[in-house]
Design a protein around this ligand. Structure first.
Ligand code: HEM
Length: 418
């Protein structure tokens, strides 16, 4: 089914000078990977004398993220510097005993608050139903709003919060952390970064604090299910990671369906059948996560001198594992750049171990995975039952990435009732 090749950035061939590599990185972190890296096995890339190592062999990925995770417990200082003003000691950045203590609390809290998501999706359905048939919708903005609505439910139990305001704040912070801005910030000393991002972080705390107080009082959402200590940082951290990732997944799913009418028709048939099992719905989302992984790059620092897959790594080396690379690697996927959700149907053979990791792997894998899949399935099923989103002529999408992947600034599509 399908055979459509949705857009991806051009790939250079052969070695390129470091200056060119940095120029590419400042445009988009998806542009730094040369064609050979999607074909060959082995460890690649060493930049400016620092051991920045990209691992693209399954055995090495297993070592960094799973079997030797203790050696790679920390995230790079450049990443912490950017996120700490906003999420401080939240789980995503926490290390050592702090992380070990927070992780089970976050997992348990997540499992306890998955109710009420249908109301967030219903708000979008009502909004779309009120628009004229054939109206143009910017699906990036629409999915950001929906994602904010779903996360407000999860985190604050729906007692508080205006999705539009949250989207605006998230965009302001993100705007400073992409493209050339991201590279500049990475090069700046920490106090200057704090100065630059501190205002946005303060505004976000100002919006979050009253919502947090209300939700805790009402005993709702993650806000109430998490331990009181550090709860503010935790909910902001969950919003900061989850919001872009979930809206990116949803926008990618609609975009891909718009490119592949026969997949869309098969999805409609599955939804209309009323069957409880919806394997194609899940396969479409898994394939969207493969082609456009919202977190395309995972980074770790070696906390002691170690060895990975036979390669010695001094303490302080930065190890990268790139879902973007592994998900499109020719050794592990047939027609890797094509949209083929059938590869994730139950009758297909599962992906080779350590080649599919949209939610990361090992002890630090995403605590939001179950919520994300449930929310995305609910959103796509509810909305695709009633509406179609058709592609419009235009510049199309050019996926790019800072810390997260973006399909485009805008994605106009035509809304049609079914
Ligand atoms: C499409 C949606 C999502 C994707 C693709 C995604 C992806 C990831 C990945 C790749 C990691 C591992 C990072 C690493 O190893 O360095 C991660 C960790 C994490 N994610 Fe997600 N995520 C998504 C949604 C969410 C949501 C909705 C939440 C919260 C509501 C969330 C909360 C977290 C947290 C707290 C961590 C850190 C876990 C730890 O370090 O112990 N994520 N996510």
């Amino acid at each position: 089914m399908s055979g459509v090749t949705p857009p991806f950035p051009p790939r250079h061939r052969g070695e390129i000078p470091v200056t060119e590599l940095l120029a590419k990185a400042s445009r988009s972190l998806l542009e730094v990977w040369g064609e050979e890296m999607f074909r060959n096995s082995g460890t690649v890339l060493e930049v400016l004398g620092q051991q920045l190592v990209v691992f693209n062999r399954p055995a090495a990925i297993e070592a960094v993220l799973v079997t030797q995770a203790e050696d790679f417990a920390a995230k790079p200082a450049q990443l912490s510097k950017l996120l700490a003003p906003l999420i401080g000691e939240g789980l995503f950045l926490a290390e050592g005993p702090g992380w070990r203590q927070r992780r089970p609390a976050a997992k348990n809290a997540m499992a306890s608050v998955l109710a009420g998501l249908d109301q967030a999706v219903a708000a979008t359905a009502t909004d779309w139903a009120a628009r004229p048939d054939g109206a143009t919708l910017d699906m990036i903005a629409a999915m950001e709003r929906l994602s904010a609505g779903l996360l407000l439910r999860l985190i604050f139990g729906g007692v508080a919060g205006d999705p539009a305001e949250i989207v605006r704040l998230a965009r302001a912070y993100r705007a400073k952390m992409s493209g050339a801005g991201l590279i500049t910030l990475m090069a700046l000393p920490e106090p200057l970064v704090r100065l630059r991002l501190g205002g946005d972080a303060k505004r976000i705390r100002g919006v979050v604090d009253p919502m947090l107080a209300r939700a805790r009082k009402a005993g709702l959402g993650l806000a109430a299910a998490l331990p009181a200590e550090g709860v503010r940082e935790e909910v902001i951290s969950m919003f900061a990671i989850g919001h872009d990732a979930l809206s990116g997944l949803l926008a990618a799913a609609w975009f891909l369906l718009g490119q592949a009418p026969e997949v869309e028709a098969a999805l409609h048939a599955e939804l209309d059948s009323g069957a409880e099992a919806r394997p194609l719905l899940r396969a479409i989302l898994r394939e969207a996560l493969r082609l456009y992984p919202p977190l395309p790059l995972i980074a770790r620092v070696a906390s002691r001198a170690t060895e990975v897959a036979g390669r010695p790594l001094p303490r302080g080396s930065v190890a990268f594992v790139a879902p973007w690379l592994m998900h499109r690697h020719a050794d592990h996927w047939e027609a890797p750049d094509e949209f083929r959700p059938a590869r994730f149907l139950p009758e297909a053979s599962p992906p080779a171990p350590f080649t599919y990791l949209p939610f990361g792997l090992g002890p630090r894998h995403c605590v939001g995975e179950a919520f994300t899949m449930r929310a995305a399935e609910l959103a796509l099923a509810t909305l695709a039952r009633r509406f179609r989103l058709l592609p419009l002529p235009g510049p199309g999408v050019t996926p790019s990435a800072g810390l997260t992947l973006f399909l485009a600034d805008r994605l106009p599509m035509r809304l049609a009732r079914r």
